[in-house]
Design a protein around this ligand. Structure first.
Ligand code: NAG
Length: 500
């Protein structure tokens, strides 16, 4: 009898759980649906309200719509692991999923999505408020309406063949861009971007540093009309008439005609004409003195073995990065591989995932230990009276997500077992930065004296040394799945949060 009862309770519980899961799934779909409807309403709005309208939809219903354009997304997987992921992300102020990026514009030919202001995500990030990350994508043969931006910009070309013109009072420089090119666009430069290819999409990962209103870089579009709105329309009629020495109705026509949005298709002839006088990128032109792009992937890698490859440039290679005190890195971790845990002595890193899947783990001393399980982790009160405690934070990585590694924080990044993990990393404060490894052949612990090792760990130095010398590879290492085949001991600390 008792058995029966337990059984039926289990059954009821089970159905309740399934109903809960079902309704959760439905509400997700419902959300997508609302977003679509909201977007459609914006389409009808026309004119200059459109961009703001799209941004509002985004904020209200979430979801960036990358799904529809991204070939690699696996939808069903996404739904299953979604709840789990949301939990992880709530506890992780350093990680930015697709929903943390807002679309500043989108047309049927492409989009530009920008990370939320960092201090709005977490107080811990307030020191990074001047920076923004963005993803840009344009369909084949697309023209982007020129604008200038009140921010210093670094572009990394993820994919495709673009042509970019940088225009200022004194000059116009036009460059053809290809995968791996890094380009500094000085603040205030009028920028003209086209995708000159007739088949491939053009994709950039970008880093911006505001130079006027902190953390609020904006586009200034002169060559527009109604949509995108031209800033000329905001001057008064008399002023424009006087400035251009032209009657008002002629001006109205000029500044009222454009309605196609921020990016749209151009003809093959127009594309050809724009890209005709472009210079090729990179070192061929002796990168040092020129303002043009520098191809990162044609430099020899800083670290390379069968578990991964890392290419990096800073102001010594590309002098455009010098005054910004920045580096740009491309990292390709082979499937199943990982980076040896490390920390940067001075530099903080902004990591943008461009292809593949993986995860990262970082230890953080700023989150409290009182609520480790289930509930949202609190940022530590600033009293700092407790003994230091480190909270492990982690997140699954997939294209169009990003995370921040502040200086000093020990971190490791792992590729999934099925796919290489490819990422672009923007580094700030790179002058005199040291990357210190915490494992692998070149680990920094080996620099410590025997006595310090013995006293610090409270075990014999021999034992410490044996463990720190066991890993023969350096920098890129075989990941947990590969290591496990060698040892029979389960690596609990790595597996218990799993995801793979
Ligand atoms: C990353 O590595 C994979 C596998 O080795 C390779 O196919 C791919 O081209 C690499 N990506 C880049 C951008 O170098």
């Amino acid at each position: 009898m008792a058995m029966m009862k337990i059984k039926s309770y289990t059954l009821i519980l089970f159905s309740l759980i399934s109903i809960f899961l079902l309704s959760a799934t439905l509400s997700l779909c419902h959300h997508d649906h609302n977003l679509r409807q909201c977007r459609e309403r914006c389409e009808q709005k026309q004119k200059y309200q459109q961009q703001r309208c799209l941004r509002d939809c985004q904020e209200k219903y979430g979801g960036t719509g990358w799904e529809s354009t991204e070939e690699e997304t696996e939808r069903s997987d996404e739904h299953n692991s979604r709840w789990e992921e949301q939990q992880q992300q709530q506890n992780n102020p350093y990680f930015f999923d697709k929903e943390s990026f807002n679309e500043w514009f989108r047309t049927q030919d492409g989009y530009f999505s920008v990370s939320q202001k960092f201090s709005e995500k977490s107080k811990l990030l307030r020191g990074f408020d001047n920076y923004r990350l963005s993803f840009f994508e344009a369909n084949p043969r697309t023209f982007v309406v020129p604008s200038h931006i009140d921010a210093e910009y670094i572009f990394y070309v993820v994919k495709g063949k673009g042509t970019i013109s940088l225009v200022n009072q004194e000059s116009r420089e036009t460059y053809n861009l290809e995968r791996g090119d890094v380009l500094r666009v000085p603040a205030g430069t009028i920028l003209n971007v086209i995708n000159r290819d007739s088949e491939q999409k053009l994709q950039f990962a970008e880093f911006a540093q505001s130079i006027s209103i902190p953390g609020r870089p904006r586009d200034y579009i002169g060559m527009g009309g109604q949509n995108p709105e031209s800033f000329f329309n905001s001057f008064s009629g008399e002023v424009l008439e006087a400035a251009f020495n032209t009657p008002r109705d002629q001006l109205k026509r000029l500044f009222g005609q454009q309605k196609k949005g921020m990016m749209f298709q151009a003809s093959e002839e127009q594309i050809k004409a724009i890209s005709k006088h472009a210079s090729e990128s990179h070192q061929k032109r002796k990168g040092k003195s020129s303002g043009g792009p520098f191809n990162l992937l044609q430099k020899s890698p800083l670290h390379s073995n069968k578990h991964g490859k890392l290419f990096q440039i800073d102001g010594n290679d590309y002098n455009q990065l010098q005054d910004l005190d920045m580096s740009v890195t491309f990292t390709n971790i082979t499937k199943g591989g990982m980076m040896a845990p490390f920390y940067n002595s001075k530099s903080s890193r902004f990591v943008m995932i461009v292809k593949g899947q993986g995860y990262f783990e970082m230890v953080c001393p700023h989150l409290s230990k009182t609520q480790q399980r289930g509930q949202r982790t609190q940022e530590q009160e600033e009293t700092e009276q407790e003994a230091v405690h480190y909270q492990r934070i982690s997140a699954q990585l997939r294209p169009k997500t990003a995370f921040i590694i502040p200086a000093g924080h020990p971190t490791t990044i792992l590729a999934s077992k099925n796919e290489n993990l490819q990422m672009v990393v923007f580094g700030i404060n790179v002058r005199d930065n040291q990357k210190n490894f915490l494992a692998g052949r070149e680990n920094v612990m080996n620099q410590m004296s025997r006595e310090a090792k013995e006293l610090g760990f409270n075990v014999q130095a021999k034992e410490v040394e044996e463990i720190f010398n066991n890993q023969k590879e350096s920098f890129f290492l075989p990941g947990p799945q590969q290591q496990q085949q060698k040892h029979d001991v389960p690596l609990n600390s790595i597996y218990d949060f799993a995801g793979f």
